[in-house]
Design a protein around this ligand. Structure first.
Ligand code: SF4
Ligand code: SF4
Length: 367
């Protein structure tokens, strides 16, 4: 069996997942996977514990690439002159090692491709984000059991969507079918799990070629676990209304925002939200320039130095979040800034459901 076997579908016993992770960890890769933090789950460096892959991590994958807060550069100044600016230490930090993010769900991987429009476009390449993207191989696990708040198929994705994946694991009975989706993913498998003629060391013999029976079982599993083609949220009909010139003044905005507390949870946990603020933290003559997540749901986000605020109430701020995801971002980047992961639905403290908001606007298109 030559290395070209990696071009086909591979198979691995579920019980070998820890060996797979252990082998990656012992190679040159830092392995990041879902870990528990109190009652929440997030992506973090794998420790001694067994890997447990939740249906969806509480915190989104985006923070591996666009952290909640990070130092962009350090500086040293004397008087009014900046004597030196240093980015090297920052860029040599956590982003420089080759990494594998494992246990990613397809919606989070798709969200990264959406974020690339912001941080890794032809017009602007954020050096911190792009370095982490280049250094990270994404291993997605298909969704055998989508949650009650999921609506990925209404936003162009799906439980088996390969967008943004480098390697995809698909659950079939007591095995995973393993597919190299990108060149990067194939490179990882060939480097760490070579299928050589001579026979690899015993601990590397966990990946095998899938046979016709495995592939048939995979097709059946996919048919059983797949959401309907449309999860039932009328996203396109809502977008047709939100794209009209008078959408900004639509009377529906007077109602749909009312429960909103402006807490910002929906934006922090959203895998595609990307608002940030930049400030300098100075001690004596030196300091750091720090980037933090921000939220369009906060009044300070648009407060001018004059005291004027173009989004003075929660109504305007809520409208901005919805319009940005389903209209402005689409106009600018040709894709919706929502992957239907349902995190905002599940975690909003007042159960303000974006699916219902979209349905409210869609009704105008459909009646
Ligand atoms: S999580 Fe809910 S209450 Fe909080 S800002 Fe978002 S929509 Fe408003
Ligand atoms: S808007 Fe809500 S459902 Fe859509 S990607 Fe963000 S958190 Fe997920």
């Amino acid at each position: 069996m030559g290395e070209s076997s990696h071009r086909g579908l591979l198979k691995m016993a579920k019980t070998d997942l820890d060996v797979f992770v252990d082998t990656l960890t012992k190679s040159s890769y830092v392995v990041l996977a879902p870990i528990e933090e109190g009652e929440a789950t997030k992506f973090g460096v794998v420790g001694e514990e067994k890997i447990k892959i939740p249906r969806l991590t509480t915190r989104p994958l985006k923070e591996l690439f666009f952290p909640e807060d990070e130092s962009l550069l350090s500086f040293d100044s004397s008087g009014t002159q900046v004597a030196s600016i240093d980015m090297s230490g920052v860029l040599a930090g956590d982003g420089i090692s080759p990494r594998v993010a494992l246990g990613v769900r397809p919606c989070d991987a798709r969200a990264l491709v959406i974020l690339d429009n912001v941080f890794a476009s032809e017009d602007y390449r954020d050096p911190y984000y792009t370095l982490r993207r280049e250094q990270t191989t994404i291993i997605t696990f298909t969704c055998p059991l989508p949650g009650v708040a999921c609506f990925c198929t209404s936003t162009g994705g799906g439980p088996y969507d390969e967008t943004g994946s480098d390697v995809m694991f698909m659950e079939v009975a007591d095995s995973y079918l393993v597919k190299a989706v990108s060149e990067k993913g194939m490179g990882l498998l060939q480097e760490v799990f070579p299928l050589s003629e001579e026979g690899p060391p015993e601990h590397l013999c966990i990946l095998h070629e899938a046979d016709d029976e495995d592939i048939r079982a995979a097709v059946e599993a996919k048919a059983a676990g797949e959401l309907p083609v449309d999860a039932g949220v009328p996203v396109e009909a809502a977008m047709a209304i939100l794209g009209q010139v008078d959408a900004f003044g639509d009377s529906a905005w007077e109602e749909v925002y009312k429960k909103c507390l402006g807490c910002g949870v929906c934006t922090y946990l959203c895998p595609t939200c990307h608002c940030f603020d930049i400030g300098d933290e100075v001690t004596g003559a030196s300091g750091q320039r720090v980037r933090n997540w921000d939220s369009c749901m906060f009044p300070l986000f648009t407060l001018h130095a004059s005291g004027h605020n173009p989004r003075p109430s929660r109504k305007e701020r809520f409208r901005q979040r919805v319009m940005h995801k389903f209209n402005y971002f689409v106009e600018n980047n040709d894709c919706i800034a929502c992957v239907g992961c349902g995190r905002c639905v599940e975690n909003c403290p007042v159960n303000l459901d974006i699916r219902q908001v979209l349905t409210t606007f869609a009704r105008q298109e459909l009646t």
